[in-house]
Design a protein around this ligand. Structure first.
Ligand SMILES: [Ca+2]
Length: 233
């Protein structure tokens, strides 16, 4: 079901695709990682045979790993989604590998849509939500359509750049020159929820990928063009 063109594979650690029968064949609670690394467990999401899962915004989510330590604890990375966000009057968390509880220091890898007004992303990085570093937030995007959403962090030592992309195009970048490394914890890696009760994602998710490096603009465009036809984008 992969469209024309090749997906970037350098640094690819997780590749879930509900439209590829090698990743999900329509039955069972395991969403298989095409990289063979992190077979992911489905907690409640409904499969649609057109090649995606629907999450209800109430209690549906996926668990990639029970403890992300040593696997997802990266200082540079890319998280890619092909999804259709249904604004849920709250927080629609796409990807979460965060602190143990919803208290300081809060977030690490936290990629979510903020849809109280329909058009915001927000995420945090670093060691303290309101302290040493708050990575990148309030980037406008367009919800309620099939779309490719990507978040990259590039690591240049103390200089790091966070960039959001929608449909292959940068929609906001922020460079910080005094970034402490992200502190990670022995915590679950989740798709569709975080460690607070109002975090459940509402909408559809077809593809999730994680790279252990920041993809370039050219590579992001390559991934976009490889699969845009499938989603009518
Ligand atoms: Ca449910």
């Amino acid at each position: 079901m992969i469209g024309s063109g090749q997906i970037v594979t350098k640094g690819l650690k997780l590749s879930l695709d509900a439209g590829d029968k090698n990743s999900y064949d329509g039955s069972g609670n395991t969403w298989y990682d095409l990289c063979g690394n992190y077979n992911t467990t489905n907690y409640g999401a409904t499969f649609n045979s057109n090649g995606y899962f629907v999450l209800d915004g109430t209690n549906d989510y996926f668990q990639v790993l029970a403890d992300g330590s040593s696997d997802f604890n990266k200082q540079a990375f890319t998280v890619e989604f092909w999804c259709n966000v249904d604004p849920n009057n709250g927080y629609d968390v796409l990807w979460s590998y965060d602190y143990t509880s919803h208290s300081a220091p809060y977030y690490a890898q936290h990629f979510r849509a903020i849809d109280t007004d329909g058009i915001l992303f927000k995420l945090y990085g670093g060691t303290n939500k309101d302290g040493t570093f708050q990575a990148h937030e309030d980037v406008q995007y367009t919800p309620s359509k099939w779309t490719q959403l990507i978040w990259t962090i590039s690591d240049g030592g103390s200089t790091k750049t966070s960039t959001f992309y929608q449909d292959g195009v940068s929609i906001g970048a922020q460079t910080t020159t005094s970034w402490n490394n992200i502190t990670y914890y022995s915590q679950e890696v989740w798709i569709g929820k975080a460690n607070f009760s109002t975090s459940f994602y509402k909408g559809s998710i077809a593809i999730v990928k994680f790279y252990d490096r920041a993809l370039s603009v050219k590579e992001i465009d390559q991934n976009f063009n490889a699969q845009r036809t499938r989603f009518g984008v």
